[in-house]
Every structure is written in C-alpha cells, then in structure tokens.
Design a protein around this ligand. Sequence first.
Ligand code: SF4
Length: 837
Amino acid sequence: MKTNTTCPYCGTGCGITAERTSDGSFTVSGDEAHPANLGQLCAKGHALADTLNADNRLLYPEIDGKSVSWYQAIDHVARAFEETIEAHGHDSVAFYASGQLLTEDYYVINKLVKGWFGTANVDSSSRLGMASSIIGHKRAFGSDTVPGCFADLELADLVVLAGSNLAWCHPVIHQRILAEKRRRPEMFIVVIDPRSTTTSDHADLHLRIQPDGDCLLFNGLLAYLASHDKLDEEYLKQHVNGLEEALQAIGELPMEHLAERLGVDLQQLEIFYGRVAFTPRTVTLYSQGVNQSESGSDKVSAIINMHLATGRIGKPGTGPFSLAGQPNGMGEREVGGQATALAAHMDLDNPQHRDVVQRFWDSPRIASKPGLCAVNLFKAIEAGRIKAVWILGSNPVDSLPEADTIRAALQSCPHVIVSDVTTRTDTLDYATVRLPALPWGEKDGTTTNAERCISRQRALRPPMGDARADWWAVSQVACRMGFRSGFTFDSAADIFREHAALSTTGNDGNRDFDIGACASLSDQEYQDLQPFYWPWRSGKPSTQSVRFYENGHYSTADHKARLYPVSAARPGNRDLSDHYPLILNTGRIGEQWHTMTSTGYAAALHAHTDEPFVELHPHDALIHGIKNADIIEVRSPHAAILLRAVLNDRQPLGQIFSPMHWSDEFASQARVDSLIGRRTDPVSFQPAFKNQAVSIQRFDAGSHGYAMLKHKPDRNLFVDIDYWAMTPIVGGWQIEFASKQNARELDTCMAMRLTRSMQPCSMEPLTCLDHANDIRRMAVFEQDRLQLLLFTSSAPVPLSRSWSAAQFETLWNERSTRWRMLTGRPAIDLPEEDAIV
Ligand code: SF4
C-alpha cells in the first residue's frame, strides 16, 4: 500500500510516497504530485526508509532511569509542574521544542503554556534558525508572512542567494533553480557568501563578502538604486512608507569605500548592483547566513527594503524569500509556538489579540508578556529561576551556543522532562523523566513548508512499544492537572480543526494567516487532505502556489508596507585577537540533519563524510603548522574541540568552517556549538553562529587507529581516548582514533576493550605486528565472517576504508586466506585523501 507523506527534515517540505514491501520494510520515493518537490528528493529524503528500523528506540516512559507506565509518568510530570508553579510561580516552568514537531503538537503545547500556565516560557530551536526573519517580516509587512512561493524562483530573471548554501541545505530547491537555468541560460544567479560552496560553483557571480557584511551590501544597493533613479516611485507612493528615513540611515556610501569595507572587488560589486537595477524579476533568497547573526534582523530588513523600494514583491518572479531550515518552523510560527508570539499569528502585546485567544480557549489566564527566548531560557535554568522544563524533539546540549553551559543548567534543574524517539542523546543524559515520542513514519499531523504549503505527515505503521504523540502526552498532563476542559483531544484532526477555527476567529482579513475552511473538515477529509497553501478562508483550497501582497495591500494599520531604517556596522569580527585570530563559521553538510539523532544512523549518509571536520585555507594551515588530515584543536573562550583538518582554498583566509552535526554520541569532542558565544541579535534573540573568534593548533597525536565492528560499540569504551569518531557502515560500524598514547598502548587498550565488547562464541583472532610499516594489525572472525578489524600505528593508518568495510560481506571459510584481511588494501581512501568532503 502506498502512503503519501512529507519529509521531516528541511523547510522545502518535500512530498514522499512510501510503500510497504512484502518483507515489511518500506521504500520511499518523491511524490510527483507534491508542489514543493514534483517528485524529487535529496539524499536525506531518499535514506528515510533506513532510519525506520533503528534499534535505539526509546519505547517506554522512564522516571530516574526506571521504566514506568504512562499513567505513572503523566502523574509525575503533572505533579512536578503543579508543585513548581505553586512554590515558585508561573514563570518558573518552561517548554523547549523544535521545528521537528508537528503543528498539532505545537498547538497543544502553546495552549497549555500560554492559556493555562499563564507564562510565555515556550521557545524552540527555530529561534536558532528563523527568528530574525520573523522580525524583518513584521517590521515591513505587519505580519510574519513569506510573500512569495517556490515558483517565483523559476520565474525570476535574477536569483540572489544570500547566506545560503542551498545546494547542501535545500538541495531540491537548488535543483529546481538549476533546471530553470538550463532552460533559460540567461537567468542570472548571484551567491553572497564568504565561502566558496557547491552553491557558488553554479553561480554567475559570487560575492565573497566579509562575515556579517550583508547589511552594508544591501544598504549600499538601496543607495545605489536611489541614486540611479531605479526605485519604483509609483509603488512607493501607493504602498510603502519610510523611504526617506531608510536612506538617511544609510547615508553616503561611495562605491570604492563600500567595496573595500565589504572586502570585494569593485567591479564585481558594480555588476551585482547593475544587474539588480535592470532586472525587475529579482528574487532574494536568504537563510542562516543572514539570520544567524547579531545583526540578523537588520540584514533581513535591508533585503526587504530593497524589494519594497523597487516594487519587486507580490509579482511573479519577485520578492524577498526567507528559507526555513526546519521542516515545520513555519507551522510552529502559525500556532504561536514561540516565546514572543501568540497563537494564529496574533501578538502577545496586543490586548485585543489576547482577548480573542483567551475567549476562544476559554482559558483561566493568558500570557501577557513575552517569555524567555532559547538562550535566555537556558540561562534562567542555569540561574535556578526555571525549575521544571519539558524538552521535546530537541537536543539543546549540542545545538545551543556555549553548549557546555546547557549541561550544567540541566544538571541543576530539579525537573527535566525530555520527549524523544531514541534511547540516548546528549540532552537525554540529563532527563529526570524520559518520554517515548513518535518518529517519522509513526507520526500523524501536518507541517507547513517555507512557501506556506501545509501538507500531511502520515503514519506508515502503528507506534512501536508505548511511544505516543507529543500532543497526546501534553494533553494527558494538562488533564491530570485539572485542565480537562481545554485538552480533551481525541486525534490530530481534532486539534487541527481547533487551530483552523482560531485562525479565523476575530479575523476580518487583517491577519494573513487564516485557514478557517479547515475548521469543518471531517476526520476522513483531514486524513485525505492534499497539500494546500494558506490562506484558505473558504471554498476550495489553492493547490497551486499563492502569492501575498499582489495588490500592494499590507497587514499594517494603514495597509502600507514600511521600510525599516538600517545603519550597518563594519563587517568582520571585533573579537579577533592574537589569542583568537580566526573566524569560525558554522553550518551544515548535505547528508546530515541537525545533531544526527536520525541521519547519523543511516550508513548511506556517511558515504562522503565520516568524521567531524574543519575546513581551513592552506595558508592558514601553513602558518599554524597543520597538514591535511591532522587532528586539530579548535578553541574559543567557551570550549575546545578536536576535528579533522581539511585544507581547502575555497575557504577564505583567516576564516574556518565546521559543520554543527557531531554530538558526543558520534565523536569524542566535536560539539561545534560549544565554541559559540551566547551573543544574540538584540531584537530577535537569534544567536550569532557564524562569526566566532577562535584559535587552532595541531593535536600532537602519538598514535592513530582504525577499527571496524559488526555492532555499534558503547562510546564509553573510548572515554579516555583523545579523539574518536564513530560512523555506521554497511554491515557494521567504523571508528577512527587518535591518542597521545603511543601506538603500543593504544593497540593494547583498544584490542582488549573491543574484543570484550563482543559476545564471543567461537572467536578466532589473527594478529600481526608489522615492524616494517609500524602497524599493529588484528582481525577477529566468528565462523566464516569477519567480526572485528583493528589497525593501530604511530601515523595515520594506511588502509583502504571502503575495501575493509566491504569485507564484512565476504565469506572467510578458508582459514588459510584470512591473512589477507591483515594485509589490507592500499590506502586509496585514507581520511587524508578523500574520505572527507
Ligand atoms: Fe526535500 Fe529537504 Fe527532505 Fe531533502 S531534506 S528530501 S530537500 S524536504
């Protein structure tokens, strides 16, 4: 049977068709009818079926590490919140979630926290990705609305990609743009990014501006367009306020001066500005490189200002386009699932909105002031002001800035309730209560993608064990606390109908988000719901892209858009010093998702990248005495970590890059966000993940090792090994080691620990001390299969990883041939050669 559902990773929200095979497993393919992806999927989407049978599922509730019934767990959590609120007040409790949750989960959480607890202490990891865009939208349009749709990217003549490595982070959208470029080679693509990336490889123009140069670049563009008479005077007169103030804030910006401050070639800058000036169909697509900054909100405003001043918005092939990173960051915003918002795109600081929501919910109270945003929420836990926190679908111990402080905060918090799907994450280690949640494939509800398309995420099979939906667990706790009147939901459909009804309540067209037509969906209609675009007030839904503000009628009081005055600071990093001379930029790779709690277990997604790494320019490497594939220590004032060095002249001089995915589950010391300071944008409170002053130095390893096992080893086996990184491979797991110990010591300790970790029946070890090549070699067989391989040396182990991994499949029934396993293969894919992207 085929089931149409939605990918749980990025904000593209690709439609997926999943089919059960005769052996009970699933295959997935792109849903050709889904408007977001038209049948395409990226590597992560294709590997979804591999994540369905993880043997690390959390299946039963636990209190203090002991399995309990849901009844006991709910009772415990309800009492924890009750007693905490009674003793310390409503603001002493908090929820922290993520854009991975479904809209229905979020609706219930938000309702409980804001309507019954009476606090707005509910925030999420979406704060780390999109908060600055929300501010930019609301400043300009009076509403958090993405004006355009994906089709605009194909209709544009000029596509500007600002702070987005689209090819890796939103691959399907990138492919849609490239397909259009093949059809219309005259389409012009500009990439604005300090780094050279796969995305910039496909650009007609790459502007490698200084970190955080975006405000200055777009301010300069607005000034250029004004001075070249390229603003849309009629549109400005009819539909926009604030041009004079915006231009005043920019002041004089001579081109030579601008190019010098941005660190770009003057001619390139003139080409960019000239292209924009003469291309009415311009889309500016931006993502984390814009948002994750101390000036993120102003960057977004500077981009939107240009579009409003040229009237390039609400028309085919135009518009500023914020690309949501998470699959349901948009749905979360629609239910007001952040500390700074109310439900259904209403505002916490608007008494009328509060009244609408409280009356609709018939709730005893309503939060009346913003709650604590992600970074401040965990600071409050650290300070002891928040004493009970419920974390859902998020791993803040790895993903928040100064991530080590999150550990200390959670350790000191009396009640840490964590809902997750796996038995172990770095956050679950600190949970007093663990609740088994539903993973993709068992969840049922809706998500909204980056272009406002709402799609169903459907269950492919019943829940395993006692895993339950987050909305169910939160509703049960609410009922146990005596709030039954607001939380008697029977299904996700029930919740969606209520969410839809609230979106249209008191909404006479002055709130963009309105899906009132869904309030009367039957259970069957909800089950069969096809992807549609909001708004859907009545009648039939739009299954084709819908564009906002086509009539120039905005959601502000006077229905005019507002240019927000932005004065840009000098790009770069003011914290650079002799101690911390380099800028660390963090981001993602194409095959992994967030902290790898799902994608980390799919062998296919490690084919190109199997270790945490840092990219640096060869000249910076030379200055620091670092060679390709060395292990290096990256240090900031907040932490130090160990990563594999990848020398790459695509990285700017003085700047290094590392992806944020690796957690303590997969590597020894590679939590990149532990390096990042807790500085945030002052308005959006979004942390600045892309501009951290750091130092680097070569890790002086006395020995290196490589091991392959049939099963995943317990990471505690490596607790005293300085560097290790663990990766699933087809048929088993591989581990890379480096240690200050000498090779003999490393070999003795790892051989003992790894063989003990196996369940021996008739293990047959083969060992060889290869003095000539300074390599200790060991292979362990059981019957006719290889079970373990361990090579250690004082230098990086010269062994072909791909050849070795393939030997798990080989039948070794001739004992006399087993020595070949110890000989290995030439090291054609050593880490230092090509195992790392
Ligand atoms: Fe589509 Fe994003 Fe999923 Fe890839 S990760 S399949 S681009 S939704």
